[in-house]
Design a protein. Structure first.
Length: 337
């Protein structure tokens, strides 16, 4: 078994839906590491996805950012049958305010309504094609000033790991490609499946900050009066109200100092962080237990089932019952021996 490849064998059974077709568009100057991410993540759900790689030109030869050139399996016609298109990053010196003709023509082959995902500088290609005008997006934080100068009509947020704007998702640099691909698996098949895929890839299923995906600042080492120990304590006591004053007392800080340091270390407020952690726990319980919604709300610290329903709908747009119906009992990838 490959350490981060398909878990299990066999495709969809008779009468099953065909696999979701993911087409990876390799542009000249592509970064090899990120180019391979979709082919490592999506096959982790057996039979659910088909992943192919294409070039923007018919000769299918692509120069990489490294000292080698690759020949991919498909030309730009593959984009016409895609359900999801992923554009990995490419060398920034190739990025211009306008797209070269072959690349623009390749993107024009994508059907309306197709889900499009960029990793790092891949957002430059989407912006140059006008696909991000008036929309939120992200890219590598170090490239944010250049991106804003080139594409002022894009609502760039350089503080997040990825932005999910429905049919277009953009992610930050390098390993954030794993974050956004695992997010897609989680959206398509639930957190239990995404967690299994992440485990096989030996990466965390999500980064601190939950669904908001805020980039986590380095946690101060023990003894430097950081909030990491209080975060760990709070996760063990989510069934309690956990007011700011109580969290600050555990950290031996004033509430004002604790709130400021917590924001610096996690990128979000204590209250928002608690909601994110409670919703993550709620989704896990909805997928793996028969507990009523009101009982789940009590176990994770929401005052009522109505409060849980409100927060879950605000976060992912569905009710607890709809979420449970969608994801409960999904077999997921088998655990390897």
């Amino acid at each position: 078994m490959e350490p981060c490849g398909p878990l299990g064998s066999g495709g969809p059974g008779p009468g099953a839906r065909p696999p979701h077709r993911v087409v990876v568009l390799a542009l000249d100057g592509v970064y090899p590491f990120e180019l391979g991410i979709p082919n490592r993540v999506f096959p982790g759900v057996p039979g659910a996805y088909e992943v192919v790689t294409c070039a923007a030109t018919e000769d299918r030869t692509v120069a990489t950012s490294a000292d080698f050139t690759i020949t991919v399996g498909h030309g730009p016609e593959a984009l016409e049958g895609a359900d999801t298109v992923v554009i990995p990053p490419y060398a920034l010196h190739r990025a211009t305010a306008d797209l070269p003709g072959p690349e623009r023509a390749a993107l024009a082959r994508i059907r309306p309504g197709t889900r499009i995902v960029s990793i790092c500088t891949g957002a430059f290609a989407l912006a140059a094609a006008g696909l991000l005008d008036g929309r939120p997006a992200t890219t590598h934080w170090a490239l944010a000033p250049a991106f804003r100068r080139m594409y002022p009509r894009v609502a760039l947020d350089a503080d997040v790991l990825f932005v999910d704007d429905g049919d277009i998702l953009t992610s930050a640099g390098a390993a954030s490609g794993l974050d956004v691909c695992l997010h897609l698996v989680r959206s398509d098949h639930g957190s239990a499946v995404a967690n299994q895929v992440a485990r096989q890839c030996v990466v965390p299923p999500w980064r601190e900050g939950g669904q908001a995906q805020y980039i986590e600042q380095p946690v101060p080492p023990e003894g430097t009066n950081g909030t990491a120990a209080t975060q760990a304590w709070a996760l063990q006591h989510l069934d309690r109200p956990l007011a700011l004053r109580e969290l600050a007392a555990h950290a031996r800080m004033s509430p004002r100092t604790f709130a400021r340091r917590f924001q610096d270390e996690t990128g979000t407020s204590p209250g928002r962080w608690l909601i994110q952690q409670r919703l993550h726990r709620a989704r896990h319980l909805l997928e793996t237990s028969d507990l009523p919604v009101d009982r789940i709300a009590t176990e994770i610290g929401f005052a009522t089932g109505a409060s849980l329903r409100q927060h879950l709908h605000a976060a992912i747009g569905v009710s607890p019952q709809t979420y449970r119906t969608t994801f409960r009992g999904h077999p997921g990838p088998p655990t390897p021996p």
